[in-house]
Design a binder for this molecule. Structure first.
Ligand SMILES: C[S@@+](CC[C@H](N)C(=O)[O-])C[C@H]1O[C@@H](n2cnc3c(N)ncnc32)[C@H](O)[C@@H]1O
Length: 300
């Protein structure tokens, strides 16, 4: 297991941001974007990576499961950068930032290489939130769900009183492959038993869900978001980001929204609607990675 780097978070109280400050922050965001070394990658159609399958199971291993397991392993766990397609090779050196236990059998599909929340940021968000039942509405390969499962329940350790305080994480993704990958990754972190996985469309099942807090990490529209001077919530997928936020609020009065680093602060502030909120800029190795908006979240 590799050492997890520390992240720095700058906190902004939305109600105290003056218009002049908002403009300054927007300018700063633009400057950071201009200085960014990240180049644009076209969002290609994701197809499973073809890795030569050169070690067929021996005749004794007639179990199809073993055969499939090996095939899945070679499909989803790259052991060298060369096993990644060219457009993903530059993410290889980030692997321990994504999952410190990468070498222990972490799975990633192509989309996950650029969309998983880096572990130190996911850990920080989980430690900030002290709610008991968390819905991870867009769980992807499990970056956030695993950290919620690992950390949140510490705040509710009342086992001495014989109260069942086990944290529940409900992790949803529309893509069955992502659920498969996230379950594997949760097993690597030994938290599979703490997460209920649902393969489905969050927008369709939201009305049937209950939780203390909803965590939103929706698709930002591929890596192309980075080329926008200011990212608007209307660019969130699969629906407008304000609509999505309201959908989450219909489940719980507490929402955590994980957003691109160049998201319009004005639009985020507009979501706060007089509630206790916090906007965090998440830095990793002094580089701004993302914004996290905490809406009416306990214990920050
Ligand atoms: C940015 S990724 C989430 C990454 C995740 N936070 C992690 O750390 O691994 C967004 C995910 O949303 C999923 N998704 C897209 N539309 C969805 C929907 N309508 N309902 C549920 N999941 C959806 C995608 O399959 C993708 O895995």
């Amino acid at each position: 297991m590799k050492k997890i780097p520390n992240i720095n978070s700058k906190t902004i109280n939305p109600s105290k941001i003056s218009n002049a400050k908002k403009r300054r922050l927007l300018r700063l965001g633009k400057k950071q974007l201009n200085n960014s070394s990240i180049t644009k990658i076209e969002n290609s159609i994701i197809t499973p990576q073809k890795v030569p399958f050169n070690q067929p199971p021996s005749p004794i291993m007639t179990s199809k499961t073993l055969h499939d397991l090996y095939k899945e392993y070679t499909l989803f766990h790259a052991e060298t950068a060369n096993q990644l397609p060219n457009f993903l090779k530059k993410f290889w050196k980030q692997r321990y930032n994504l999952f410190s236990k990468y070498d222990e059998g972490i799975f990633l599909d192509q989309e996950s290489w650029y969309s998983v929340t880096p572990e130190p940021i996911a850990q920080h968000i989980a430690l900030t939130c002290k709610h008991k039942i968390v819905i991870d509405a867009f769980c992807g390969s499990g970056g956030n769900a695993i950290q919620f499962a690992l950390h949140c329940d510490k705040a509710f350790d009342l086992t001495i009183l014989n109260i069942n305080t086990t944290l529940k994480v409900i992790a949803i993704d529309i893509d069955p492959q992502k659920i498969f990958i996230a379950q594997n990754n949760a097993r690597v972190y030994n938290v599979l038993h703490k997460i209920d996985f649902i393969c489905g469309d969050f927008l369709k099942i939201a009305d049937t869900l209950f939780a203390d807090v909803v965590f939103l990490s929706p698709p930002w529209g591929g890596v192309g978001y980075i080329s926008e001077p200011v990212y608007s919530l209307s660019m969130i997928q699969p629906i407008d980001g304000v609509e999505l936020f309201n959908k989450a609020k219909s489940i719980s009065e507490s929402v955590i929204y994980f957003l691109p680093k160049n998201t319009s602060l004005e639009e985020i502030v507009d979501l706060s609607n007089g509630k206790k909120c916090k906007i965090e800029q998440n830095y990793l190795y002094n580089s701004l990675k993302s914004i996290t908006f905490y809406y009416n979240v306990q214990n920050f």
